[in-house]
Design a protein around this ligand. Structure first.
Ligand code: PEP
Ligand code: MG
Length: 597
């Protein structure tokens, strides 16, 4: 078995075809001065030919997937025609008497290095599109086919295995011919993954070593949900895959039905399910899946990879966009959680030995009010006619909350003096994501409108496990009794001081973990938008009584493995655990190990 990341769901079984569509070896070739203009012409002709190919692909995608998807190729056409880039190549040809392909490759390498090295995630994600266009032009100039399917079209059924899958590949086959895709590179957000998803082609990416381990003609069984790839599966494995597909279908129907229904447990307890929004394009999914507001609006995307901080007006526009999308439902805006590599490019951030224990989050905001104040002003202005709350991340001391509220009051006065429409005040809550905040919750309660538990950081700091370290993934257990006891303690303190407590960490997006949270007494969970339907279904399936008993027992358990066992035993009578098993990792889930093997 090879493991990757499932990026487009579904099960496929077919012979593998290895796609080797790679950058050609370009020799360093000079030309005689009299031939220079011919090389420039060749370059221009190659560009025209590649644009024609991309236009054909664009039209095919428009027909088969839709307008939004076809824009992928508009973007690629713009990349191929980029005037600055082509001027650079032509300049090199003329100055150094180089052949078109030698000059093109030189400039192409330069550009790839710049894109690959940037901190801008979006730009790095588009690297595959850039590679695809450069490959086409270079192969054309070298007299090789710029068609990645060259020689592959005759296969009846195929699962294509490649180092990297470019978006063009997915649309050129007929759906009944191309049954699945496997690649070593790529992520859920690559354009090739998005296209495979739109076209309904099961796809697994990030399958390290796939090209070396899978020979052409090998029978492959891939699961685009869980990311598993089985080579030469047995009859029993094939039957198990079919059964899995049937179960998934059943669950999908149930989830679809649940989206329209209220989040009420079978024994009548109402739960509020909100969405965590990290990027603007998640707003739509959250709304579609019935999120009752945003329990965590992350604001870092406005900063990362950019040269400057966003202006107050830019932030206001985004906050308005989010609030309008959710009508009167509450929006919890988290102030900048900057730190590590999350700074604007021009920002002179210190290099630190332990960035997660370093100058980040509320510490940065309080030390650099010129970053903090415009954000607070934008929030106050957006809150003039909408239900908005402010949430402060990584709080470890009461003074931090007090100071943040003072700054907020100063900005509110300033806006009033200037006659700018804004809310007079906005409730300020605290993210409980450090052990210090848990222990000091009774003091924090006096200055906080609400608590929201960030289980990702709380788990990391409590269990001393780096949340981003894949080697420690099996130790990153939010269901460890140490964390459950902290959660219970915060709830208790919240009750005593009349401060509402919710959870916005990824723990709430993991179905079985969510059962524990409900059982502990949390009635508001904010989760990754793709997890909302499953969570709603879970709430409607598991009686609160069952969840409570499991949570009470888990609090007394000696360790996380025992908690897993308690949960499985408790849930067996009320739901088919295999139904959840079939789900695979949900996008947006933390690095925490699933409770299910
Ligand atoms: C958390 O720490 O649980 C959390 C929700 O915040 P983030 O994942 O953005 O650190
Ligand atoms: Mg956090």
């Amino acid at each position: 078995m090879i493991r990757g990341v499932g990026v487009s769901p579904g099960i496929a079984y077919a012979p593998a075809v290895i796609l080797e569509w790679t950058f050609p070896d370009v020799p360093d070739r000079s030309v005689a001065p009299g031939e220079v203009e011919r090389e420039v012409r060749r370059l221009n002709e190659a560009v025209v030919a590649v644009v024609a190919t991309l236009n054909r692909l664009r039209e095919r995608v428009l027909e088969r997937a839709g307008l939004e998807e076809s824009r992928i190729f508009e973007a690629q056409i713009m990349m191929v025609q980029d005037a600055d880039f082509l001027d650079g190549v032509i300049h090199l040809i003329r100055e150094n008497n180089l052949s078109a392909e030698t000059a093109y490759e030189f400039k192409a390498l330069e550009l790839r290095a710049a894109w690959g090295g940037t901190a801008n995630v979006r730009l790095r994600e588009r690297l595959a599109d850039l590679l695809a266009t450069q490959l086409r032009v270079l192969r054309h100039l070298m007299g090789q086919s710029d068609d990645e399917l060259f020689g592959l079209r005759d296969h009846k059924h195929v699962i294509i295995v490649a180092h990297e899958i470019y978006p063009g590949l997915t649309v050129q086959f007929d759906r009944d011919q191309l049954l699945g895709l496997v690649s070593e590179e790529g992520t859920r957000t690559s354009h090739a993954a998005i296209l495979a998803h739109s076209l309904g082609i099961p796809c697994v990416m990030g399958a390290t070593g796939a090209v070396a381990r899978i020979r052409g003609g090998t029978m492959v069984l891939l699961d685009g949900t869980t990311g598993s790839i089985l080579l030469e599966p047995t009859v029993a494995e094939l039957e198990a895959a079919q059964l899995m597909a049937a179960r998934r279908h059943k669950l999908e129907l149930q989830l679809e039905a649940a989206t329209q229904q209220p989040a009420v447990t079978p024994d009548g307890h109402t739960i509020t399910l909100m969405g965590n929004v990290d990027l603007p394009d998640e707003i739509e999914t959250a709304v579609r899946h019935g999120a009752q507001g945003v329990g965590l609006l992350r604001t870092e995307f406005m900063v990362t990879g950019r040269a400057h901080l966003p202006s107050e007006d830019e932030q206001l526009e985004y906050f308005r966009r989010v609030t309008f999308a959710f009508g009167s439902a509450p929006i919890v805006i988290r102030t900048y959680d900057l730190g590590g590599d999350k700074f604007p490019a021009a920002f002179d951030a210190p290099s630190e030995a332990n960035p997660f224990l370093g100058w980040r989050s509320i510490r940065v905001c309080l030390d650099q009010p010129e970053i903090f104040r415009p954000q607070l002003r934008a929030i106050l202005r957006a809150a003039a006619d909408r239900s908005i709350q402010i949430m402060l991340p990584l709080v470890t001391r009461v003074e931090e909350v007090v100071r943040a509220r003072e700054i907020l009051a100063e900005e509110s006065d300033d806006l009033a003096r200037a006659g700018i429409r804004a809310a007079k005040d906005v409730p300020v809550g605290v993210m409980v994501e450090t052990p210090a905040a848990v222990v000091m919750a009774d003091r924090l309660a006096k200055v906080s409108a609400f608590f929201s538990v960030g289980t990702n950081d709380l788990t990391q700091y409590t269990l001393a496990v780096d949340r981003g370290n894949a080697h420690l993934a099996s130790r990153f257990n939010p269901h460890d009794p140490a964390i459950l006891r902290m959660l219970s303690q915060v709830l208790e303190t919240g009750r005593r001081y009349n401060v509402p407590v919710s959870v916005c960490g990824e723990m709430a997006s993991e179905p079985l973990h969510a059962v524990l949270l409900l059982g502990l007494g949390f009635t508001t969970l904010s989760v990754a938008p793709p997890a909302l339907p499953l969570l709603k279904w879970l709430v409607r399936t598991v009686p609160m009584e069952t969840a409570r008993r499991a949570a009470a027992e888990a609090l007394e358990a000696p360790g996380p493995d025992a908690v897993t066992e308690i949960l499985r035993e408790a849930l067996k009578p009320v739901l088919d655990l295999r139904l959840i098993d079939t789900q695979g990792p949900l996008p947006g889930r933390g690095s925490g190990a699933s409770l299910l093997p």
